[in-house]
Write a protein that binds this ligand. Sequence first.
Ligand SMILES: [Zn+2]
Length: 287
Amino acid sequence: MPEMPEVESLRRFLTERCVGRTVARVDLAAFTALKTYDPPLTALHGLPISQVRRRGKFLAMDCQGLWLVFHLARAGWLRWREELPSTPPRPGKGPLALRVTLDDDSGFELTEAGTTRKLAVHVVTDPEQVPHIASLGPDPMDDDFTPEVLGEILGRAGRAQLKGVLRDQRLIAGIGNAYSDEILHAARLSPYKPANSLDEAGVSALYGVLRHELSEAMRRAEGLAAKDLKGEKKLGMKVHGRTGQPCPVCGDTVREVSFHDSSLQYCPTCQTGGKPLADRRMSRLLK
Ligand SMILES: [Zn+2]
């Protein structure tokens, strides 16, 4: 899933290519992707694009006050095409969800791999009308996201586990499963550690690591074409998606805890005093 650094890079990519151009047409290929019906997609036809904004993992394209907002979800991606076919796509077949054609026939396609249908497209007059945007927490790269703000968020979260708190979009916007693994590894913290158990020095250390990891990821993603972002994200990971491989910091084996629809990775030596974390799914299976 693209997270804040990749989505921010897509925002810059789209800004360069789309701002100043006009939407020629928008074609919906996966009907379930469109979450709004009024205004219709056709209301975007002929409108100039003035800016592309990001809120958390959402992208919002401003077409003279009418916004095309989308969220790529876990299996979604954006594919830029210098020249799009002139015939509209056939709905319901393949990974294509939405195609946006600009006035010079270039444009982009939103695609979703596999069978999950989570990719979401909205047409609104204000991005805040999208419920999941209205409920987003602060952006961790904003200037006013200070160590104090992080401290308050962690304090309010009580005994909730750090892993869940970092990726809860209502608490902090834009961090998902991958970067929360990476941040906790770099901060040498257990994913299960209760959020309110960090003292002031602990919060400030986590804050430093969080900003560093995200800005490094943004730096790596900067200037990359949309098609190269996924590979770059994977290359930059130290523990996420690397179960069974050696931790690049200490050489211990990266371990995994599985949940019903996701998994987390961590290094026992770096993060949990050498002890493997309980894997509830595994222990249930062994009972
Ligand atoms: Zn390690």
